[in-house]
Design a protein around this ligand. Structure first.
Ligand SMILES: *[C@@H]1O[C@H](CO)[C@@H](O)[C@H](O)[C@H]1NC(C)=O
Ligand SMILES: *[C@@H]1O[C@H](CO)[C@@H](O)[C@H](O)[C@H]1NC(C)=O
Ligand SMILES: *[C@@H]1O[C@H](CO)[C@@H](O)[C@H](O)[C@H]1NC(C)=O
Ligand SMILES: *[C@@H]1O[C@H](CO)[C@@H](O)[C@H](O)[C@H]1NC(C)=O
Length: 337
């Protein structure tokens, strides 16, 4: 995870302030902060629907990176986004209530360095973890509570920071109205306008026709993108407020995330091991040995070999020698003639 070291370095050097303007592709743009709020299970599936995963925070570095992303999102709003402060953001981690063991979806324990705070959240066997950016810690809550969430790209590659979305599938309602922020008259191309938007923290989206218009999100019902808003808009990819709610997912019990060691589960494990042991017959040593000769280091074997070689040498030697004698005799006969 190279980008983590890059992020660490910039945090250590400059502090957790978004100092740099966004690059075309940026470590922050692997993440997408999503609204409307949703239950943990719905959020999990909503990310998967977009070929992404609910954000995994496995180190403090990643936690600080998430802070930077949330700060970037704040900048898109004239009044800072209250959601992440008031509800927290869901992350891909949960806690087994019976043991207070916090874990990732594959049931691996969470890095003990990460600050987890257990708050009582009912009698359920599983409670979910959200990130409180004010306290910079992870707190447990009932998984059915609705919160903002962050999806993360499945790929380690950097992602583009501007994204195309159909205008109609983005929320453009109070308090998330697209409001004209600045007009640039001397801009001569769409690419230039896009660059201005990408590098300007307050810009969420832009339009370019004869001039370059930059839009921010505001709690103002009088705002509008004009009479004919474009059908597709290009916007900052790290924030997306879907116009419609996500399909609601039913809660999956802890046993489905982390199967207990029941007889069935053990049998499944045994079957898997057996499958792994049942190898292709053409790969067995026995088969390979029929095709190659094996070295034999015993002295008796060597002795037998030596005797064999000697016998063969003597026999061939006699034959060749007798031939030699004939040849020599022949030559002698020719010379004396
Ligand atoms: C997700 O990936 C699949 C297969 O790679 C693709 O068919 C589908 O369109 C992708 N969905 C989205 C929302 O990108
Ligand atoms: C996060 O922490 C702050 C400070 O302790 C607290 O006021 C706030 O209610 C917390 N938010 C959530 C959603 O837990
Ligand atoms: C889990 O943590 C809570 C809060 O710290 C505590 O009240 C409870 O006894 C703990 N449960 C177990 C099984 O350790
Ligand atoms: C079987 O082999 C695969 C791949 O070699 C490995 O990923 C898996 O863990 C193995 N399963 C068991 C039960 O040993």
């Amino acid at each position: 995870m190279m980008y983590q070291y890059f992020v660490w370095l910039s945090i250590l050097t400059f502090g957790p302030i978004p100092l740099f303007s966004l690059q075309v592709k940026d470590p922050k743009c692997r993440y997408r902060v999503q609204l409307p709020v949703a239950s943990w299970h719905t959020a999990y599936d909503a990310c998967a629907e977009n070929n992404r995963t609910l954000v995994t925070i496995t180190s403090l570095t990643e936690m600080y990176l998430i802070d930077l992303v949330l700060q970037e999102v704040d900048e898109l709003f004239l009044t800072p986004l209250i959601y992440s402060h008031s509800t927290g953001v869901w992350i891909k981690a949960f806690l087994r209530s019976s043991t207070n063991e916090s874990m990732l979806e594959n049931c691996k324990s969470l890095d003990p360095q990460l600050p987890v705070k257990i708050s009582d959240a009912g009698p359920s066997d599983m409670v979910c973890l959200y990130y409180n950016r004010t306290e910079q810690n992870f707190i447990t809550d009932d998984c059915s509570q609705e919160k903002m969430f962050i999806c993360e790209s499945n790929s380690e590659e950097l992602e583009a920071c501007m994204k195309d979305t159909a205008k109609e599938s983005l929320k453009d309602e109070v308090p998330f109205k697209f409001c004209l922020d600045t007009v640039y008259n001397s801009v001569t191309s769409e690419e230039q306008c896009e660059k201005i938007c990408r590098e300007k923290q307050s810009c969420y989206t832009f339009t370019y026709s004869s001039d370059c218009k930059i839009y921010r999100l505001k709690d103002d019902s009088t705002c509008s993108m004009g009479r004919y808003p474009p059908p597709m808009i290009k916007h900052k990819s790290f924030f997306m407020h879907s116009a419609t709610n996500y399909p609601v997912s039913s809660a999956k019990p802890l046993t489905e995330w982390c199967p207990e060691l029941t007889e069935e589960v053990i049998q499944e494990k045994i079957d898997n091991i057996q499958k792994n042991l049942t190898v292709n017959p053409k790969e067995t040593n026995q088969y390979i040995r029929t095709l190659t000769s094996a070295p034999d280091d015993r002295q008796s074997a060597k002795n037998i070999g030596i005797v064999g070689v000697s016998v063969i040498s003597v026999v061939f030697g006699i034959i060749i020698l007798s031939d030699c004698i004939n040849v020599v005799k022949g030559i002698q006969n020719k010379c004396t003639r």
